[in-house]
Design a protein around this ligand. Structure first.
Ligand SMILES: Cc1ncc(COP(=O)(O)O)c(C=O)c1O
Length: 398
């Protein structure tokens, strides 16, 4: 049996929209992108959403928007030490310095109790990650940010559909950045989207995704300063060549938005299936609690069912790599549970952190894996996964 990590549903609606876009002759950013943005914003319950090329770009642009609010290059952004490496990379590529904070072992998320110690005069933002769709403690993080007048940007790449204390992940921060890569709950194949309640921020984000262009008129809201812009020659000059800020090239195209619109219409079905799979796996892992632990869903939250983490306990008579190899060889795709960015990812070594500085994040980097919970996984696959786990343990425990 095969249990792939991810799957993609390109729905009949997506196929129809893809053909429509091709036949219309307009495949670069246009009305489908705008429709996708509006529907995504509604789902998260925020005013605006700005679609971009990837979740990494969503992180970078959200950070780069802070320059319009007085942030300076090399200012500091607080991030958890454990995340997919894109979180830390985005801080660097936006021109800031990542300041890492260790995570909690049970939630895999930034430990709010350690944040204040890392705040300096240069700190401009906190960027919590809802890892594996488990919401970070946004009430505490928001209080700290308010006290120190910091922006909050949620890295919600893995948190589609997550809820925490009565609000959606994505409703807490000044902005939230989502990945729409194909292993994610809502997908455009490759893509990302930033949500916000602040229309000034969404206008800046639209400018940033299109090289920092100036125009923010209603037509250009899709594709800043397009050839359809009614104000194109407003300043006696082609407005498409007025650049107000140092921008990026990271627009979404119509074909991606078509896949995304189909994905959105199947959203409730997909998320319910994935959530059921995740909760079933969490419960069934309890049988092996002597050897493994994972995240739990608390009463006041709903995990966005991104994937199922399995972490090997200290005293287990086997290691993570043996487990991963055993599962992979039996058709169950595994991924490592990422790495501690400052100490286990060489790209951050220039910042000078030392192994041992982030014990919990490093533990996950050495002992964690995650596997898929996607909509094509059913009861039979789950039974298979747990029978393989059982056989693995039996092979190791004499
Ligand atoms: C936490 C986190 N942040 C950012 C990203 C980057 O998203 P993308 O791969 O779409 O660039 C990912 C990707 O899965 C992620 O898991």
């Amino acid at each position: 049996m095969k249990v792939p990590f991810g799957t993609i549903s390109i729905t009949p609606e997506s196929r129809k929209l893809i053909n429509q876009a091709i036949n219309s002759g307009r495949v670069s950013s246009g009305k489908l992108v705008r429709e996708f943005e509006e529907k995504f914003a509604k789902l998260v319950n925020v005013k605006e959403a700005v679609a971009v090329s990837s979740g990494t770009d969503a992180d970078i642009l959200a950070l780069a928007a802070l320059y319009d609010f007085g942030a300076k290059r090399q200012d500091e952004v607080i991030v958890p030490a454990l995340s997919f490496v894109a979180t830390g990379n985005a801080v660097l590529h936006a021109g800031f310095k990542p300041v890492f904070v260790d995570i909690e072992r049970d939630t895999l998320n930034i430990n709010p109790e350690l944040i204040e110690k890392k705040i300096t005069r240069k700190t401009v933002a906190i960027m919590p990650v809802h890892l594996m769709g488990k919401p970070a403690k946004m009430d505490i993080i928001s209080r700290i940010a308010k006290k120190h007048k910091l922006f909050v940007i949620e890295d919600a790449a893995e948190a589609h559909g997550a809820r925490y204390k009565g609000k959606n992940a994505g409703e807490w921060g000044d902005m939230a950045a989502y990945s729409l890569y194909l292993a994610h709950i809502i997908t455009t194949v490759e893509g990302g989207i930033i949500t916000t309640n602040n229309e000034k921020l969404s206008a800046i984000l639209r400018s940033l995704r299109s090289h920092g262009r100036a125009c923010k008129c209603k037509v250009c809201v899709v594709n800043t300063a397009s050839e359809y812009c009614p104000k194109r020659f407003k300043y006696g000059k082609d407005i498409r060549f007025i650049f107000e800020r140092a921008g990026y090239s990271s627009k979404m195209n119509e074909l991606e938005a078509a896949v995304g619109l189909g994905s959105l219409s199947a959203y409730h079905e997909i998320i319910n299936k994935r959530h059921h799979n995740l909760i079933t796996m969490i419960k069934r892992l309890r049988e092996f609690s002597e050897y493994f632990f994972t995240i739990q869903e608390d009463k006041n939250e709903r995990i966005g069912p991104h994937a199922f983490p399995i972490i090997v306990k200290e005293n287990a008579p086997f290691n993570r790599d043996e487990l991963a190899t055993y599962l992979d060889r039996r058709g169950i795709d595994t991924r490592d549970l990422f790495s501690c960015m400052p100490t286990q990812c060489p790209g951050f070594s220039f910042l000078g952190a030392r192994l041992g500085d982030f014990p919990n994040a490093e533990y996950m980097g050495n002992h964690g894996i995650h596997i898929g919970v996607h909509q094509d996984i059913n009861e039979k696959h789950i039974n298979y996964i747990f029978s393989v786990l059982k056989a693995f343990i039996a092979s190791k425990v004499k």
